[in-house]
Design a protein around this ligand. Structure first.
Ligand SMILES: [Zn+2]
Ligand SMILES: [Zn+2]
Length: 129
């Protein structure tokens, strides 16, 4: 996957704060700066397994409200943090989380799409949070 030519998806600086758990800071070629919590990135993990889980969760959520059944209590999970992070080529970062999950590869393209700020939500995501 080549680096996207869109300057909004091209990072000029990537800082991954693994040791203090502060998250990931990315500055983009268009001057925008994004900050991501590791727990947020874990939730937005783009791997097939997590995509599947998210779809199922959304489906169960719909069913639950339709049937008005009491939702199953989610298992207690501590907030995941990063254990290690590596750059993958010049297009992505890979994060190993403390919950043992490490298959998620976050392309910069994807990272800009999921930037948690309101501006990017408007520019890249149609579904409002
Ligand atoms: Zn995943
Ligand atoms: Zn943003």
């Amino acid at each position: 996957m080549p680096t996207p030519p869109d300057p909004r998806k091209k990072p000029t600086s990537v800082k991954i704060h693994v040791s203090n758990g502060a998250g990931v800071d990315v500055t983009w070629a268009d001057g925008h700066a994004s900050h991501y919590e590791f727990a947020y990135l874990r939730d937005e993990c783009p791997c097939a397994t997590c995509n599947d889980a998210r779809e199922k969760k959304a489906f169960i959520g719909e069913m639950g409200s339709a049937l008005k059944s009491s939702p199953a209590l989610p298992m207690f999970k501590p907030k995941p943090r990063a254990q290690a992070a590596t750059q993958v080529g010049n297009y992505a970062i890979q994060i190993s989380f403390t919950d043992g999950h490490s298959t998620g590869i976050y392309s910069y393209d994807h990272l800009r799409n999921i930037c948690p700020c309101a501006e990017c939500a408007k520019a890249f995501r149609t579904v409002a949070h």
